[in-house]
Design a protein around this ligand. Structure first.
Ligand code: URA
Length: 209
């Protein structure tokens, strides 16, 4: 299956109750289908639901600026969400919705084969690490999960709501840049030295050593 075929297979998806709870359209994802770096958020909000594209509202503007601050552009990365449809009033996704939609995110990752998946916020991070970990404990570090590497970061929307998180979010992007520079110096993403997700809330350094 190609990424386009996967997108087409989700067009007007009716697999979970969000289809009948006011969503306008499925927000599949956007960017380079062969991107090296992928960003994963939680779920579409109002503007994303309207435009059919992830991260186009205020949080998206901040994300774009931060991506550019480390020398990348939106067209070189891929952006998606765990949940492809907007939950009513932007409520948290429910377990049955995640169970239905997560396999499509994993398929997206498999097809794009990014070297690094940056999970934005607690929610996407816990979904991808498959562990109840606090974002504050795992942010800015790389974790080997399944056959990809997850790099948790604070969510731009959190930084917009709580000004004190702006600087830590910028710090996460600086750490991402350092990680990417080290990886490109080594010419490939290291798989073995990268940390596994912590069993609990254990703090690890960038390479999990
Ligand atoms: N927040 C998200 O998690 N995803 C979006 O697409 C927009 C805001």
């Amino acid at each position: 299956m190609t990424l386009t075929e996967l997108r087409d297979s989700l067009h007007n998806c009716q697999r979970c109750k969000l289809a009948g709870l006011g969503r306008t359209q499925v927000v599949f994802g956007t960017g380079d289908p062969q991107a090296t770096i992928m960003f994963v958020g939680e779920a579409p909000g109002y503007y994303e639901d309207r435009q059919g594209e992830p991260f186009v509202g205020a949080a998206g503007k901040l994300l774009t600026e931060l991506v550019q601050s480390i020398g990348l552009s939106r067209s070189e990365i891929y952006i998606a969400n765990v949940i492809k449809c907007r939950p009513p009033n932007n409520r948290d996704p429910e377990t049955d919705e995640v169970d239905t939609c997560k396999p499509f995110l994993l398929q997206q990752i498999e097809l794009i084969r990014p070297k690094l998946v940056c999970s934005l916020g607690n929610w996407a991070t816990q979904t991808l690490l498959e562990k109840k970990v606090a974002i504050t404990k795992v942010r800015g570090q790389a974790f080997h999960v399944r056959d990809f590497v997850v790099f948790p970061m604070l969510h731009p929307a959190a930084a917009l709501h709580q000004g004190r998180l702006q600087e830590p979010l910028r710090e996460d992007f600086r750490k991402l840049k350092i990680y990417l520079d080290q990886v490109s110096a080594a010419e490939s993403i290291p798989t073995a030295p990268v940390a596994s997700p912590p069993a609990q809330d254990t703090q690890m350094d960038l390479f999990g050593t």
